[in-house]
Design a protein around this ligand. Sequence first.
Ligand code: XCC
Ligand code: SF4
Length: 623
Amino acid sequence: MLKDAEKRTVTEDGRLMLEKAEKDRIETVWDRYAAQTPQCGYCEMGLSCRICNMGPCRIDPFGEGPRQGVCGADADIIVARNLGRMVAAGAAAHSDHGRDLVEVLAAVAEGKAPGYGIADPDKLKRVAAEYGIETEGKPPHAVAGALADAMMGDFGSRRKELSMVRRAPAKRRELWRKTGIMPRGIDRETSEMMHRTHMGVDNGWQSLLLHALRNALSDGWGGSMIATEVSDILFGTPKPSANTVNVGVLKADQVNIIVHGHNPVVSEMLLQACQSPDIIDLAKAKGAAGINLAGLCCTGNELLMRHGIPMAGNHLMTELVIATGAVDMMLVDYQCIMPSLGKTASCYHTLMISTSDKARFPGMTHREFHPENARDLARDLVKEAVENFGRRGRVYIPVEPVPSLGGFSVEAILGALGGTPDPLLDAVKDGRIRGAAGVVGCNNPKIKHDYGHITLTRQLIENDILVLDTGCAAIANAKAGFKVAEAAEYAGPGLKAVCSALGIPPVLHMGSCVDNVRILLLASALADSLGCDISDLPVAGSAPEWYSEKAVSIGAYFVASGVYTVLGPMPPITGSMNVVKLLTEGLNDVVGAGFAVEPDPEKAGILIRRHIESKRKQLGLDA
Ligand code: XCC
Ligand code: SF4
């Protein structure tokens, strides 16, 4: 048996699948990570630069070699520029995803997107009204067209302030204006970051980092928020619903189709096709008991939130899910899809399909989805998956799935509370709930798989802190069994009483990574009710196993919105103590919140609890 499996993951399905992968001689992300270690020390510290062709350059952290690049940039400049570009890439990824949804909204308005529609006309009206669009007496399609147009305006440079920043507390907006970090256009801030970090432009490490906050805010209060809101309008605003998670959601006797990536535009059409009676009949004619659609990563979260579709796993499970031999087809769109997957699948019968015009992968067949052809293409592909069912070899599905509850949009949470945040606030005020923490983000082979998420979450709920989670963290916590009403047992006495009264779990699944904006909106609602700023609230954020540039952008917009945020893995900034100090201390004076880095989730939990208790004291809650 693989001696390393237990060092690599805390999950049972992960361990068993790692052993299976070893037997099948499948190389995994952990093997490739081991082959890369020790990783480059200059890069780890953020001290290497390849921004221009006078370089590449590197700064000697011990002061024995060069202290400047060829252009004269020092460690502070190089570290800040590198971090700024990480934020830009992350913000671009989320925001471009948002733009794709706006394009579908526009196509729906024009009647050019067969199969898509407006699933939540009330939300369409509400959001359109925020954009100043007249909705009275207008048919939904006309409103959708006008809203798509207005949202496109947020991407460019025609605005002084993004439209949806109006949802932030007034004090927060004033602070953004005063410090010059109010986001103006979504693409503009990313583009300006690329400009500033070109050789010979912004060489102030402080001004670069401030712009990084503005760039991140253009994601959180712009691109990601548009992605979430338009997804709700097109596909429905999530409501609590039951689902199941882990590799055990695959079915030995059914056609298994997996969607992986981020954009619900593709996965929603797959779901429709998988539910078509004629295709289900076809599957039965081929000897399958039915068609089983399951998700991976965030597009899986999108389907789980809105339709209770089962979730096969998170980021580090994506290769291992294929190694079951039970996946008849995997469809990917973009982001977090390891380029290794095609090779993994070549050892099994799995058909691998790439679907986005902007994302190609070795060893996959490219079948491009557009609003006009999506419905028909999805049907064709599901039929091909059905045909492929008969080509399966032996399958290995070693665990039973775990039940879980998802679908906690802000609308659903407020609904469960009777329409206002007051019951939640009362519980916070009287101390039954000490505060709330977001546990979000990825997996990273530098941290034992899911250990960070589960350990931190368990400690928080034991100490009466409500956990809100998204992304791969949410999948880890669901697999750990934290998301059924009975999980209230794991919570401290106060949180347990509140959860039992409301019939909710102590860990609320709020969606995919763009859905982190739901956490921002909930925090804003709480701050507004208390008449304070987000930075005054007993709340915190964390990304215990983050890997992606998107996570850097998320962390930065949380902090810029006033949420203290604890990162697990260290970002590549230790080459500049100035940058480290500004991010961990200095920002408190600028935006009322800062970062901390703590790879040990037990200690991260202590940091968060200490922070929440100090905020309670400042608010006079325990006087
Ligand atoms: Fe990707 Fe969103 Fe990270 Fe998971 S959590 S590894 S970004 S899939 Ni977003
Ligand atoms: Fe070197 Fe400066 Fe060019 Fe970076 S920008 S590669 S530090 S010369």
